[in-house]
Design a binder for this molecule. Structure first.
Ligand SMILES: [Zn+2]
Length: 389
């Protein structure tokens, strides 16, 4: 069933039971935004409705993951004022609650007062806790910046009926029922677009999420890699998070710019499962020696030098390789050093293989260099294949 039909079917079915809630909000819509207590009450009623209409997860491990991340971010949202590009930045502490809906959509939504829902499909799609934190932080901003109340206020000034329909669909727990999605449901979408709601609220949620993530100790690049990967999958766009979170290249670019402006390095391998160079310690002849691995293949085992330990060199090498892999490198730019003692990238040394290093691996420096260059090129090739559609 499409989200659209869901919204209106639910509206009809639920209209009666929603009457009280609509009255609460109806009052608010006509005066000033309901913040704090009333929002929480509204949220509570929506949450009760959502619990009736969706199967909420009782998977203890997954709930623990989601709640730990959520609470870390909520602690920031409840104490720090982040300027709102849309809505209000007034800090109104909520008792945030996090739940998982056992449905395959790649989606998440929030209702007023800090009730946040993530779908099973989203948990399967994210590639790191940072990506999950990005989505949860985005939803927390929708609540913390009172987006829904602001939306309703604006819509009401146009047409109170629309506000009521909107609220009803929210309260009925329509799929992907965060505000943006409901707005996408019908003509509401057009009206909201005229008001510029969708994009502004989404931008604000992305911006706030990046700040919250940074302050909560998550890597904000997680939000970026999540958006980038989803944007590459049009089949997700049809039914997934982009119903509620309209995505276009502009939004991805805006998130990227915020991250860059904050001086946060964009290292996508830290927030995704993209193949990366990793250091593993092996026992060789009774000694523990670190090696640099790519996709399970040992490519380099550094011998200690006068100034550095093997572990330090291995870590530096892995970091340098990952940096190159994140830099849009092309296959032809990766070469073995003509001397045979290492790998060059864009004519600069990425890896220098000494005789001592090669000996540790029982190979010649030329062999080690070639294996390493081949392995790095293979990752680049895979990246190219994966991103072309
Ligand atoms: Zn959103």
């Amino acid at each position: 069933m499409s989200a659209r039909s869901c919204v209106f079917r639910n509206f009809i079915l639920r209209a009666a039971t929603l009457f009280t809630a609509i009255l609460i909000l109806g009052t608010a819509v006509r005066s000033e935004p309901v913040l704090g207590e009333k929002e929480a009450k509204l949220g509570q009623e929506a949450a009760a409705q959502i619990a009736k209409e969706h199967k909420l997860s009782d998977n203890a491990a997954d709930l623990k993951t989601v709640r730990e991340i959520g609470e870390r971010i909520a602690a920031v949202a409840n104490s720090k004022e982040v300027p709102a590009l849309y809505g209000s930045s007034k800090v109104t502490p909520f008792q945030y609650q996090f739940n998982i809906i056992e449905e395959p959509d790649v989606n998440a939504f929030s209702v007023p007062g800090g009730y946040i829902y993530v779908y099973r499909g989203l948990l399967d799609f994210v590639q790191s806790e940072h990506e999950l934190a990005g989505v949860i932080a985005h939803e927390i901003v929708h609540a913390a910046h009172h987006h829904m109340v602001y939306l309703l206020e604006k819509q009401a000034s146009l047409n109170n009926q629309i506000a009521i329909a909107l609220l009803a669909s929210i309260m009925s727990g329509a799929r992907a029922s965060d505000v943006g999605n409901i707005v996408l449901g019908a003509q509401l979408y057009q009206i909201a677009r005229l008001n510029g709601y969708g994009m502004q609220a989404e931008r604000d949620a992305d911006y706030g999420a990046i700040i919250y993530m940074r302050d909560a100790g998550y890597n904000p690049v997680g939000l970026l890699t999540f958006l980038e990967r989803l944007a590459k999958r049009p089949e997700m766009v049809d039914w997934g998070i982009y119903r509620s979170h309209p995505l276009d290249a502009q939004r991805v670019a805006a998130a990227k710019k915020v991250i860059q402006d904050l001086g946060i390095p964009i290292k996508r391998r830290e927030t995704t499962r993209a193949i990366k160079a990793e250091v593993k310690v092996d026992t060789v002849d009774g000694k523990e020696i670190p090696g640099v691995y790519i996709a399970g293949t040992l490519i380099y085992r550094p011998a200690a030098t006068e100034s550095k330990t093997s572990a330090d060199i291995a870590k530096e090498t892995a970091d340098a390789i990952n940096h190159v892999l994140d830099s849009n490198v092309q296959m032809y730019e990766i070469k073995t050093d003509p001397s045979g003692y290492g790998v060059l990238v864009r004519d600069k040394p990425l890896l220098v293989v000494s005789d001592a290093d090669a000996k540790l691996m029982g190979k010649t420096p030329q062999e080690v260099s070639k294996t390493a260059a081949d392995a790095i090129r293979a990752v680049v090739w895979k990246q190219i294949v994966d991103t072309v559609h």
